[in-house]
Design a protein around this ligand. Structure first.
Ligand code: GDD
Ligand code: MG
Length: 351
């Protein structure tokens, strides 16, 4: 069985972070995001190949995953000549498929039992089965109504406030039958959410819901990108290095933290990072590889990508800093600031 990962979007809501780092490989604790999805796919031994459907900066992604042997899965790359939308991408990547295929949005993190989703799909002989999850506000997602037996009655992408009739949304994880792909036009952009799913309902085809109430997040906005780090540091999502433990300060054995620096859990300091005298890290601070945190600087509730330097007495609070940034002495950066790679904040500036 094959899995298609839709990983071709531009990640506009995560700009400027995604200018040089496409969304599928933004780091979560310095590990490219797709690794976490591959970990989930690996739990289904039947999945013998992952097709990465790419468009935006495909080379950067290929460089990291190669043929997949390091990640423990066979990976093939399909690069669209132009963005074909979510359905167009599935058709383009799934051209040679003749058996059920698992499709994943490239920005969701979850602990759903994929094997159980595939089982339901087969038992019901469905044309499509999609995972639904409840959220507080469905307006940023695809709203999905079902009947008591789990048949999908309505699919409404990005509903307006007065169109919200239930709390279950499309979690971006599907099992599809390739014989339905013929209805997707070949060379125009087509949306799986706005056109393909409604077409199944119109034709009265078996279109099933698998409702999942466990951990699920779409990391596609700065708020959610920060949230996923908090969830891992608070033990809501189990993965290394925290592995479900809350209130832990994780410091790489290859980091250098001065004895007089203060670490407030939870926090994460990766290899090669240097934290100097009197600096304060945490709570909820993530310090990337080779970062330098100078004397008496403060970093809390922030994600700092690799090779960034935070100057003496500077304060970084509730911010995301890209790679190779320089925050000057006594500068303060905060309140949801998101700085792209190589940003420079001069001494004493306030942002
Ligand atoms: N290859 C390819 N080509 N991939 C694409 C394209 C394209 O033209 N457009 C989007 N993608 C990929 C993105 O990279 C992402 O992984 C996935 O498709 C979904 O796109 P998003 O832009 O993240 O969509 P969304 O988050 O607004 O909404 C989608 O996800 C929600 C769940 O997170 C929809 O599927 C909603 O229905 C769903 O609720
Ligand atoms: Mg998304």
């Amino acid at each position: 069985m094959k899995a298609i990962l839709l990983a071709g979007g531009k990640g506009t809501r995560l700009r400027p972070l995604t200018i040089h780092t496409p969304k599928p490989i933004v780091p979560i604790f310095e590990r490219p995001f797709l690794h976490y999805q591959l970990d989930l796919l690996k739990q289904v031994p039947e999945i013998d190949e992952v097709i990465l459907s790419l468009n935006y900066q495909p080379r950067r992604i290929e460089e990291i995953f190669g043929d997949g042997s390091d990640a423990g899965l066979s990976i093939r790359y399909v690069v669209e000549p132009a963005p074909l939308g979510t359905a167009g991408a599935v058709r383009y990547a799934g051209e040679s498929l003749h058996e059920s295929v698992v499709v994943f949005n490239g920005d969701v993190l979850t602990e759903v039992d994929l094997a159980a989703v595939i089982r339901l799909h087969r038992e019901r002989k469905a044309k499509a089965t999609i995972v639904l999850t409840p959220v507080e506000n469905p307006s940023a997602y695809g709203l999905v109504e079902t009947d008591a037996a789990g048949n999908i009655l309505r699919f409404l992408e990005k509903p307006k406030a007065d169109e919200i009739t239930c709390d279950t949304i499309n979690a971006g994880i599907y099992v599809l039958e390739p014989d339905t792909f013929e209805r997707i036009p070949r060379e125009t952009a087509w949306s799986i959410e706005r056109s393909f799913f409604p077409s199944l309902i119109e034709r009265n085809e078996t279109f099933m819901a698998y409702v999942y109430r466990g951990y699920w997040i779409d990391i596609g906005t700065p708020e959610k990108y920060v949230q996923v780090h908090h969830d891992i540091m608070d033990g809501r999502y189990h993965t290394p290095p925290f592995n479900g433990a809350a209130a832990t300060s994780w410091v790489s054995p290859k980091a250098r933290v001065d004895d007089s620096a203060v670490l407030e859990a939870p926090c994460f300091i990766d290899e090669g990072a240097v934290v100097k005298a009197g600096a304060k890290i945490g709570p909820y601070a993530v310090i990337g590889r080779q970062c330098q945190i100078e004397e008496h600087a403060v970093v809390d509730r922030s994600i700092v990508w690799a090779n960034t330097r935070v100057g003496q007495d500077a304060v970084v609070r509730q911010a995301i800093l890209g790679r190779q940034c320089h925050i000057g002495r006594s500068a303060s950066v905060g309140d949801g600031a998101v700085l792209g790679d190589k940003s420079v904040v001069t001494d004493h500036s306030r942002l």
